[in-house]
Design a protein around this ligand. Sequence first.
Ligand code: NPQ
Ligand code: MG
Length: 368
Amino acid sequence: MKLEGVELRRVALPLVTPFRTSLGTQTVRNALLVRVATDEGEGWGECVAEDEPTYCPEYLEGAADVIRRFLVPALFPVDLDPAAVTPALHHLRGHPMAKAAVEMAVLDAWLRARGVSLAAYLGAVRRSLPVGVSVGITDTLDDLLDTVDRHLAAGYARVKLKIEPGWDVEPVARVRETFGADVMLTVDANTAYQPGDAAHLTRLDAYGLAMIEQPFAPDDLHAHARLAAMMSTPICLDESITSARDAVTAIRQGACSIINIKPGRVGGYLEARRIHDVARAHGLPVWCGGMLETGLGRAANLALAALPGFTLPGDISATARYYERDITAPFTLADGELAVPAGPGIGIAPEPSSLEALTTATEWIPAP
Ligand code: NPQ
Ligand code: MG
């Protein structure tokens, strides 16, 4: 398959409610879409980098720049298939989210041309999945309880609370007290704690959490391993894991017993599957993280999360949890589950009128 040109498209999707984490508050999702045009048809990818480099070092305009100036030019001469993308970009350091977006678009085009779904290609074993919801930090505890109540009524299988110093034990205690022992409850700190906070964090053991996600800095595996030895609550790593090799290192050090897999963070769906494979070989459960994706990224994440090792509900919520209007048809919960797209490629494409209405800029990168 030969690349003939690439369109970079910025879209702006207002969030239904502001999303506050220990990293900051988001009110609109500015997303970067990558459409590859090839001699076998087109494909769509999505770059999950945020406006600002807070979750990780990448940011949206930086990702657009590296895609335009380095990634796309490196792919024009290549005889493309999905597995050819990473090797062709290997000499370019870092930028996993930019690389993942390009790989996703190539996967979509290549699989679409062959009539194969991404789910089937990756090795999916389920047609629909129970999913979870990520709940931001709220102004008051009452707001939090109302929000959790709404999500549980909608049928979500797991609730994740964002935490930070000053918003941890009390919200967790109130949610547990209010909704009972049967709710699968987790917390995510997005690196907001210091190693010296470990003793404080052990207080969360009293509330039967399914995990605590990424309390410490991405590069501090030792602090996570130490906390794991102090707590009965399982430790899950997100920001720390950027490759299958990282996953092996973290597992060997005892720094985590669960891994959050985000294809963007690890450089693509194929590396995401490798992390799934090594975690499974070590007996660790994994789940699919979320980056406030549009329907394109959501569709591809559902395909990944249908693999057998994804035994915990992911941050793949229904469209309505995030957006009033998306660029694709909405994903809706049925009996607490989302359907895994079964059509060729990622199984969904933008709806032209919504895409048009939400687009803020487009740019065409022609073949040389
Ligand atoms: C996480 N996501 O698991 C992330 C972090 C995160 C759904 O909890 C804009 C776009 C803002 C993506 C803030 C969820 C974001 C973002 C936080 C992702 O750590
Ligand atoms: Mg996280």
